[in-house]
Ligand binder design. Structure first.
Ligand code: PHE
Length: 439
């Protein structure tokens, strides 16, 4: 029923039953905040790139977020039933085309590029906008930015596993050391949870790759958080010595895999995911003779800590009171300008028992559908949306939901009239799209 087309970055794609990328989402494409000089995301990107310099690493950006489902999922080994593939979590342009959900969608291209004859780089970083359907609150926005990095080593023909590991240990010696406390209680590989890719690697190679990966990322995080503590020191926040720890993780495209966590202002915070690249990916990308590591991180998360930015919507602000605070690649504490008043409105409704849409088809209702409707109607004048009540009628078995929407603009005081218009739109859209009965 939804035959039409969508044009993104000058290219037109046919739409189909899978299409759920909305015009307000697409309006964020091509903003490239990470390339806007003096923008906090730009400053954060540059800080990270400075840890991965040439000639070893090339530093890149990817402006166009449209990728195939093969690039975003299949090539990376995502199983067919992985939740990340679902329309409730991912923006589809059509069945075979999505707005990338992570920068890893470009891994294979970058590996292939390194295989080219004139390539002199053994690693890269890439910054890009990524898209995910998610909750609405002050740290989630459906468009955000990630940075990914990878480093490869060549195994020349005839090289033994020990020689291959030795060259990685040699490269590790060239990196600085540090004296920050690091928790890393687990062995590098674990038979079930973090297996050695035994058909491709020896244990000693993986030990070397893991050591190089860990040192690099520790140095990165120490760099970032020592900058952040300078800022919060200046603002008088109590300082604790930096602590970091490695936690086992799982990604379909790395094994073993880890997350790096930092103890920051009283909490353990996850800052990045990483691991030893699955060899099958390298083999399929024209570099079967190379082994290596990759990592990925969210730029907003880090920038919010570094600059003490309290609301993720601010990154999209064109307000000079925001933008003029950041200059000369310096990390400074964001000085909040007056916060405009909040306005809470509830919407309570019965899900139609068959959860049948007005158009007749059965439509299951997902939390992210609520988020999307509020995004579409309220654009950027919503700060958060919470499910505050859920109730199943004991006799009819019908389900009732109540969401509380906090409307607040970053730019002006909302009038009651303005909020009522938007809120009424939310109610109507719920009825039209999901056949709910407003209570
Ligand atoms: N793409 C992963 C994510 O978005 C992060 C990652 C990148 C993990 C590279 C491992 C290697 O969560």
């Amino acid at each position: 029923k939804t035959t039409g087309s969508i044009t993104v970055e000058g290219k037109t794609y046919p739409t189909d039953q899978w299409t759920n990328a909305t015009s307000s989402i697409l309006s964020h494409v091509s903003k490239q905040l990470y390339s806007q000089e003096n923008h906090p995301l730009y400053i954060t990107r540059k800080l990270i790139e400075s840890q991965f310099p040439g000639p070893t690493y090339g530093n890149y950006t990817e402006g166009n977020p449209v990728v195939t489902t093969a690039q975003n999922f299949d090539v990376l080994g995502f199983p067919a039933d992985h939740p990340g593939r679902s329309r409730t979590d991912t923006y589809y342009v059509n069945e075979k085309t999505v707005l990338r959900t992570h920068t890893s969608a470009h891994q294979a291209e970058y590996f292939r590029r390194m295989a080219e004859e004139n390539s002199t780089e053994d690693g890269y970083t890439v910054a890009a906008d990524v898209y995910r359907r998610d909750a609405i609150d002050r740290s989630h926005y459906p468009v955000f930015h990630q940075m990914e990095g990878a480093r490869l080593w060549k195994r020349t023909p005839g090289m033994t596993a020990s020689e291959s590991a030795a060259q990685i240990w040699e490269d590790l010696k060239k990196l600085p050391t540090h004296d920050v406390e690091v928790g890393d209680p687990n062995p590098v590989t674990h038979a079930e949870r973090n297996p050695l890719q035994s058909e491709h690697h020896s244990q000693e190679e993986v030990e070397a790759i893991a050591a190089h990966l860990k040192r690099n990322l520790e140095l990165l995080v120490i760099r970032i958080f020592s900058e952040a503590s300078k800022v919060s020191q200046a603002s008088g926040t109590q300082q604790e010595p930096l602590k970091i720890r490695w936690v086992e993780a799982y990604f379909p495209f790395t094994s073993p895999s880890w997350e790096l966590e930092v103890f920051w202002q009283g909490d353990w915070l996850e800052v990045l995911g990483c691991g030893v690249i699955k060899q099958i990916l390298l083999n399929n990308s024209g570099v079967p003779d190379r082994i290596g590591w990759a990592f990925g991180l969210g730029l907003e998360r880090i920038a919010m800590l570094l600059f003490e930015i309290p609301d993720i919507r601010l990154f999209w602000s064109k307000d000079a009171r925001f933008l003029s605070q950041f200059k000369d690649d310096k990390i400074v504490r964001f000085q909040p300008f007056s916060k405009f008043p909040e306005c809470y409105k509830d919407v309570a409704f019965w899900l139609s028992s068959a959860t049948t849409s007005a158009a007749g088809g059965a439509v299951p209702f997902h939390d992210n559908d609520m988020m999307e409707i509020v995004r579409e109607c309220a654009k950027d004048i919503v700060e958060d949306v919470k499910l505050v009540d859920e109730f199943v009628h004991p006799k009819t078995g019908r389900k009732s939901l109540c969401y509380r929407i906090n409307y607040r603009s970053l730019e002006h005081t909302l009038t009651n009239k303005e909020v009522n218009v938007v809120h009424e739109q939310v109610r109507q859209t719920l009825v039209e799209k999901f056949g709910v009965e407003i209570r």
